[in-house]
Design a protein. Structure first.
Length: 168
């Protein structure tokens, strides 16, 4: 597969492209999944998200990737490595958003763990972070399960955001 990034026991991570808009809208149109984001996203905003991701691939060689079931190819969510500014420094964030019908199966943890290993082993990163709203308990649990610890609280996106971090 041309766009292949990595695989795990149950998952394949591949590059995102324009035709993923419809799949991504299952997450972006769900108010529960978007609870810790400013708003849900419409089709135009989803296309802008894909463009931002493609720009990250070009400029940084990383970005959010599409997560699919390894056997069926079913779309499950997105997970990847995203450059984010933290106190004036660009840090590499492990980001994850999954469709609600597959929450609670360990997919987010499995994908995030694979991204952590990819970042440390393939990309030779020294440190990775996750920027998480202090009330987003499911996300905090994923960060903790892959070995991250809270480092500090910053002001970003108009609110207090916890910086979870892990160093190699
Ligand atoms: C954050 C998010 C990805 C977490 O999804 P999730 O389904 O809760 O996380 P996982 O898929 O890793 O599943 C974890 C749960 O499944 C359970 N589980 C079931 N089977 C499992 C398996 N084989 N392996 C690991 N965990 C498993 C775990 O015990 C865990 O339960 P717990 O949270 O009660 O301790 C999801 O809530 C989401 O997409 N939210 C919307 C977007 C968002 O906020 N993203 C984060 C922005 S910072």
């Amino acid at each position: 597969m041309d766009n292949f990034i990595l695989s795990t026991k149950r998952l394949v991570l591949r590059k995102m492209n324009k035709v993923d808009a419809e799949r991504l809208l299952e997450i972006f149109s769900d108010p529960e999944a978007m609870r810790y984001y400013p708003t849900i996203k419409n089709e135009q905003q989803t296309i802008e998200w894909i463009d931002w991701t493609l720009d990250n691939y070009t400029k940084h060689g990383v970005g959010l990737w599409i997560v699919e079931d390894k056997v069926t190819g079913e779309f499950l969510g997105q997970c990847g490595i995203v450059p984010q500014e933290v106190d004036g420094v660009i840090e590499m964030e492990i980001g994850y958003l999954f469709v609600r019908r597959v929450w609670g199966k360990g997919y987010a943890t499995e994908a995030a763990l694979a991204c952590k290993n990819y970042g440390f082993n393939q990309l030779k990163l020294n440190k990775m972070v996750s920027l998480i709203d202090k009330n987003n308990i499911p996300s905090i649990k994923v960060a903790e399960r892959i070995g991250m610890h809270v480092e500090k609280i910053i002001h970003k996106w108009g609110k207090g955001v916890c910086v979870y971090a892990i160093s190699n």
